[in-house]
Design a protein around this ligand. Structure first.
Ligand code: ADP
Ligand code: MG
Length: 251
């Protein structure tokens, strides 16, 4: 059996599947996630059988009360964690069969992740922060620089390359984090409460940047508490107690 992993053509090419619909990018089948106590007894059933299919080019908001399982779901969609039951197919490939190494390499090439806390490295420059994912992919320095500048220009920060995170506003720091998510040219952008740490006008500007990326063809999955954020997405999935309560167009 070969363990060579590459991104399936269906994800990268944008070719339609036979039914004329864009190809599935992420598909959850009966996904469960149980968090265990150290002694092995069940602690929390955070996801209790979730079925979701997201196609290339969609924009999807994930909503639900605190504790309903949103972050757990995002961590699985983003391959930061694995289901304890059911299956997750990313670009048609099941993550269950992948080693941790293969999964993290696959994640690095497929998914860009934006967190509520910007998670920048304080002592590194903006340019170097954005280049970090490429560093882990072994991309040479000159090319890292070129692609960091390209990503930072996309988010309107092409003139801040040498700044440190503390020299930037919260909104600018989140733009750096978005540039870091884009620098690998991912298939999907995933964001968990991306405007949660920002005041409302800064949050609106960040949301606009994210929506511009979607308009440019990026598949977008965003966890949010905010109805005005969700309303800008095409589709809203609501979680309740670890299950999908509703899944449909945002209207
Ligand atoms: P949300 O993001 O919707 O607030 P979470 O996915 O963070 O929900 O949490 C869902 C449930 O799983 C909650 O009951 C939470 O306490 C629990 N949970 C989340 N992460 C862990 C963990 N690492 N260990 C144990 N329980 C967890
Ligand atoms: Mg959460």
């Amino acid at each position: 059996m070969t363990m060579t992993m590459s991104i399936p053509a269906s994800v990268t090419a944008g070719a339609g599947s036979g039914d004329g619909l864009p190809p599935p990018v992420a598909e959850l089948r009966g996904v469960r996630k149980v968090y265990y106590k150290p002694d092995g007894s069940v602690m929390v059933e955070a996801l209790r059988g979730v079925d979701i299919m997201i196609r290339k080019g969609e924009s999807v908001a994930i909503m639900g009360a605190s504790g309903s399982g949103k972050s757990t779901l995002m961590n699985i969609l983003g391959c930061l964690d694995r289901p304890t039951g059911g299956d997750y197919l990313l670009g048609g490939v099941s993550v269950s069969g992948m080693t941790d190494e293969a999964l993290s390499a696959f994640r690095g090439r497929t998914i860009g992740f934006v967190f509520q806390a910007f998670n920048l490295i304080p002592q590194e420059t903006v340019e170097d922060n954005v280049g970090v994912p490429l560093f882990y992919q072994g991309v040479p320095r000159a090319q890292r620089r070129e692609r960091a500048i390209e990503a930072l220009t996309t988010v309107g920060l092409g003139d801040r390359l040498g700044h440190r995170p503390r020299e930037l506003s919260g909104g600018q720091q989140q733009r750096v984090a978005i540039a870091r998510a884009l620098v690998t040219r991912p298939v999907v952008l995933m964001a968990d409460e991306p405007t949660g740490n920002l005041d409302s006008s800064t949050g609106k500007a960040i949301l606009q940047t994210i929506m511009d990326l979607h308009a440019g063809g990026m598949t977008l999955i965003v966890v949010t508490h905010d109805d005005s954020v969700a309303a800008r997405c095409q589709r809203i999935i609501r979680l309740r107690d670890g299950l999908v309560e509703s899944d449909g167009p945002a209207r």
